[in-house]
Design a protein around this ligand. Structure first.
Ligand SMILES: C[S@@+](CC[C@H](N)C(=O)[O-])C[C@H]1O[C@@H](n2cnc3c(N)ncnc32)[C@H](O)[C@@H]1O
Length: 392
């Protein structure tokens, strides 16, 4: 095929795909198969692809990775349950799952909220994916064994049918599915959603596009709202706009109030629900001076205000004096990540692990950096360490 490079470029422009993640052989195979079916040579196929949105849709259906399952990663849904039971509801919570693939993620959100005791009228879930095929399957809500992995606890919402398991209408009617392209998220309402799940898509996207997308997603999220990303996608979340919720394996972030708050009308956004680690004092070493605690609080406040550099300097100064503080090294690592200094961030997490080899947060952050930097041996070792920790 003569036009593989051009088709990769089209995929990048139209759906954000990163051609280096996309396997060239797979793309060539898909194109060749289609050309044979349509009996078209390279030039005619490329012309058709450029001029026919139907043909492009066909290519998208073949190229996307719809891999998903119920309660994928478990922890985000556990966190969502506790979040839902802890907040005082004045209005229904608005949630968005994008991309939702074949529906397992938004339905898991719905089941979690029902299990948390929320009535269906207390929340809305919108779910969007580019794949028409995936949306059609999601709407049918019949699932095979592959959608249920690990220890599945919610059988009571399913009925066996000939093609698999039918989700109960009590859950399926809650989710509103729509076919759509995430690149159009800039058209979504501002400050609108309380919770957005955007998991396991950014890894397939061109990194510049992924960064821009996160900015637009941030615009649509209310202040104080929660963003969930995939485990390998935390690198795209800027601590200028978010505070990590510090819950292991949730990959959840809370949107913080923009710095120039005074220029906005006072009631145009909710009070942010900024969460400082409640038990931070317990994590300190026993003989830690009070001053150390206050610097961490101050550094987090500065980070919340978007003053990342000031926050970094504050942490660095204190860590020069009190270098045995694991939490300080982790915070500094997060700050470096937010300012895209990945090497420095990696060193901080390594130092934190030297002080506390059992620190899950430092292990997880380091694992993600190693994954991003393509270091499979280190990834394997860190995964084993994390696994061992979850058995203790
Ligand atoms: C791996 S699934 C992730 C599903 C779910 N969020 C999860 O974590 O299990 C990736 C999905 O992204 C969808 N997708 C890819 N590009 C997209 C785009 N530009 N806009 C919306 N959805 C897209 C694919 O159709 C696919 O269903």
């Amino acid at each position: 095929m003569k036009f593989v490079k051009e088709i990769e470029e089209l995929l990048k422009i139209k759906i954000g795909f990163n051609s280096t993640v996309l396997c060239k052989e797979r793309l060539s195979y898909i194109i060749e198969k289609r050309q044979n079916k349509l009996n078209l040579d390279d030039d005619s196929y490329y012309k058709k692809l450029k001029n026919s949105s139907e043909e492009f849709t066909h290519l998208i259906e073949e190229i996307v990775v719809p891999e998903t399952w119920f309660f994928r990663d478990t922890q985000p849904f556990e966190y969502l349950k506790s979040y839902a039971s802890s907040i005082k509801l004045t209005k229904p919570i608005k949630l968005l799952s994008i991309p939702c693939s074949t529906g397992e993620e938004p339905y898991s959100i719905a089941m979690s909220l029902l299990e948390a005791g929320l009535l269906p009228e207390k929340f809305t879930i919108e779910a969007i994916d580019i794949s028409h095929r995936a949306i059609a399957k999601a709407t049918k809500a019949i699932y095979g064994k592959n959608s249920f992995r690990g220890d599945f606890k919610y059988q009571h919402y399913f009925q066996p049918v000939t093609q698999g398991y039918q989700l109960s209408p009590e859950v399926s009617k809650i989710v509103h599915f729509k076919q759509g392209n995430i690149l159009n998220i800039h058209n979504f309402p501002e400050n609108h959603y309380d919770v957005i799940f955007c998991r396991n898509l950014l890894i397939y996207l061109d990194s510049e596009i992924a960064h821009k997308l996160i900015e637009q997603i941030t615009r649509s999220l209310k202040n104080g709202g929660i963003l969930f990303v995939g485990s390998a996608e935390t690198i795209y979340v800027s601590l200028k706009s978010y505070l990590s919720l510090n819950k292991p394996f949730t990959f959840a972030y809370q949107k913080i109030q923009p710095q120039k708050q005074s220029s906005l009308p006072k009631d145009s956004f909710q009070e942010p629900l900024i969460i400082y680690p409640k038990d931070s004092s317990q994590k300190f070493l026993p003989d830690q001076p009070k001053e150390e605690e206050s610097y961490l609080v101050k550094a987090r406040k500065l980070a919340n205000m978007g003053k990342i550099e000031e926050s970094i300097n504050l942490c660095k100064n204190h860590l020069n004096q009190f270098s045995l503080n694991t939490e300080g090294h982790i915070l500094l690592g997060e700050l470096y990540q937010a300012s895209s200094n990945i090497i420095e961030a990696q060193e901080c997490f390594q130092r934190a692990l030297y002080l506390d080899p059992q620190d899950r947060q430092a292990l997880t952050y380091l694992l993600l950096i190693k994954e991003q930097r393509g270091d499979p041996n280190e990834v394997k070792i860190l995964k084993k360490r994390l696994e061992r920790l979850s058995h203790t």
